[in-house]
Design a binder for this molecule. Sequence first.
Ligand SMILES: [Zn+2]
Length: 205
Amino acid sequence: MAVLKIARMGHPVLLERCRPVPDPGAPEIRRLVRDMIDKMEDAPGAGLAAPQVHVPLRLFVFRVQPHRSTGALDDTVIGNTVVINPVVEPVGQEKQLRWEGCLSIPGLHAAVPRFARVRYSGVDCDGRPVAAEVSGFHAGVVQHENDHLDGILYLMRMTDFRQMGFNDEVARAEELAGRMEAIRAEWAAAETDPAARVPQTGAFG
Ligand SMILES: [Zn+2]
């Protein structure tokens, strides 16, 4: 297995508009797809686009693991999938903010507006059609990977830069928000029922 190196933000290949794949079944494309899937699993990531491994061609791999799916009917769980020469179109105009990270921008993640539903199509290495209409995480990852093929990184889609941070800081902030929520609920209960009043638990410690 070839070990692919991931291009990080700042490398010009990530800003290129990628070329269509002339022959999806060519041995070098099959090899590239195999290596990209290995890299995605190893990273681990939910998707990887060819320019992220320094190949400016229109293809990406992705997966939706059960823990990623929102559980919505069309947020389909799917194993390792390749989409070559993809076309991604919004279904309706509704957008949702979704938290995303990117293997080319390690350590950060942020809330990005994405179409809530999209339809995508393309082919696999055997020329078989790959197509679906999806929502939720599935819709988000497909839009993120397809953007890479046009030289667009998720940061370029952001509208609120307050919703961005280093992974560990955001995780800490989320944990703190959860604890504060619990304290608020405790005090709300105490207000309506004095018997439920409990000593401060030192949650800010
Ligand atoms: Zn990315």
